[in-house]
Design a protein around this ligand. Structure first.
Ligand code: ARG
Length: 459
């Protein structure tokens, strides 16, 4: 069977079912550009080291250029019996340029080849994702910039806690996405090492110049142990862990967008182009995009579980199990990329309803802590002040009014230290302004954060 790379030893062809079961070309063909890039760097080094002739290198370059054209033009014939992207490209190359094509695999194995391809491919995807994180953060920062004085209730336990600005709330997500971007940059460092030269597992007897190949391909260095180079996929695990954390942040933000758009909150409106209607209820505008972003976090976390489980029982070195690393990794990249892109767009189209946010902040006694702090400044120990205010809230609740709607005399009834100036701290703006500590919600602090982010994001 001439089409198989190991034909001589085998006395019967592979069964059709096994062929389909073991082939990966249906999904790993998306690595073709990295595969060709890696092969060209390898061939160039082989020629420089005198392992193949300059004429062979020329032929390989010529053949590969034609293959690129064929693939880009949709004219390349992918063959299942050639198993994967690597054998498909190599077989076509040999068809086009003859013996030079057969010399390409000198000092190389598919084991170090596939590890190289995946790392190259992922590195480029990482660079694309880094840009999307910048765009998402910018969208959030610019939305925040218009709302440093827009008051909303901050929640703990989903109960009204203290007033915060809408800008401050959005910037919390900017912090999360900034850390995700940092994690991504860190994953890149360990992804960007060259496995090529490890060959099947033990290294190779040819005088390869691995550093040269690393430089050509833009890797930061070479993997230092051949067994590790062909068998480990922890760069992919790390990537999926990073992606899972990022998608959890996306999911939390999406959940809030869904809640905020619900009639019971009415804090924001999402642009029509991110919503869908109902086929039965004419009044509906559903935040499907945000819901899907929340839902898709599940599959990304699932891919991390799949991949980490894939690795746990594998003895050194390469095992075919590793072929199963690709679909989860590819889908993780696709899902995260699309989600970040659409979220950045959607955030830009959010319409904020400041009156509704403020109305919500007025319900639930959000300034109760401010009243307690006020009494502390008048000399009460904090625990006593806490007790006094709890009593005041109970009375106000019973009457269905806010603390600021009690009269001075009534407030003084709870504690004699209360003076005319109490009403300043009971306002929402007063409450925000009071939290003038680094990282606090005071508009001055939040404006400083916005400037820091703008400088950092180059906006
Ligand atoms: N398609 C394989 C993979 O994705 C390439 C490496 C195969 N190597 C081997 N010796 N069977 O892992």
């Amino acid at each position: 069977n001439k089409s198989q790379a190991w034909s001589a030893l085998f006395s019967e062809p592979m069964s059709e079912l096994v062929k389909r079961y073991t082939a990966s070309v249906d999904f790993d063909q998306r690595l073709w550009r990295a595969d060709i890039q890696g092969s060209l760097a390898h061939a160039e080094m082989l020629a420089a080291q005198g392992i193949i002739a300059a004429a062979d290198l020329d032929a390989i370059r010529r053949g590969m250029a034609q293959i690129v054209e064929e693939i880009e033009g949709g004219r390349f014939e992918w063959k299942l019996e050639l198993e994967d992207v690597h054998l498909n490209v190599e077989a076509r190359l040999t068809q086009l340029v003859g013996d030079a094509g057969k010399r390409l695999h000198t000092g190389r194995s598919r084991n170090d080849q596939v590890a190289t391809d995946v790392r190259l491919w992922l590195r480029d995807e990482i660079d694309g994702l880094a840009t999307l994180f910048v765009e998402l953060q910018r969208a959030l920062v610019e939305l925040a910039a218009g709302h440093t004085e827009t008051v909303m209730p901050g929640f703990t336990h989903m109960q009204v806690a203290q007033p915060v600005s809408f800008a401050h709330h959005l910037l919390a997500y900017v912090e999360m996405f900034a850390r995700d971007a940092e994690r991504l940059a860190d994953v890149r460092k360990r992804t960007n090492r060259l496995p090529l030269g490890a060959a099947a597992l033990a290294g190779t007897s040819y005088p390869l110049d691995r550093e040269r190949v690393a430089r050509t391909l833009g890797f930061d260095g070479v993997c230092q142990n051949s067994l590790d180079a062909v068998s480990d996929r922890d760069f992919a695990l790390e990537f999926c862990a990073f992606a899972s954390i990022a998608m959890v942040h996306v999911s939390r933000l999406s959940e809030e967008l869904v809640l905020w758009m619900s009639q019971n909150f009415g804090f924001i409106d999402l642009a029509d182009r991110y919503c869908t209607g109902s086929s039965i209820m004419p009044q509906k505008r559903n935040p499907d995009v945000a819901e899907l972003a929340r839902g898709k976090s599940g599959r990304v976390v699932g891919h991390l579980m799949g991949l980490i489980t894939l690795m746990k029982g594998q003895p050194l070195t390469y095992n075919k199990d590793n072929q199963e690393d690709k679909e989860p990794l590819f889908d993780t990249v696709d899902t995260l990329r699309d989600t970040l892109r659409i979220l950045a767009e959607m955030v830009g189209g959010i319409r904020v309803k400041p009156e509704a946010l403020e109305r919500a902040a007025r319900r639930g006694y959000a300034t109760a802590t401010d009243l307690a702090d006020y009494l502390v400044k008048k000399g009460l120990p904090f625990r006593d002040a806490h007790e006094v205010v709890a009593h005041a809230v109970k009375v106000a609740l019973g009457r269905g009014v806010d603390l600021s709607e009690l009269t001075l005399a009534e407030l003084q009834g709870f504690n004699a230290a209360v003076g005319e100036d109490v009403f300043e701290v009971l306002t929402l703006a007063g409450s925000l302004n009071a939290r003038n500590v680094v990282g606090g919600t005071a508009p001055a602090q939040v404006r400083a954060q916005i400037e820091r982010h703008r400088a950092r994001l180059g906006a």
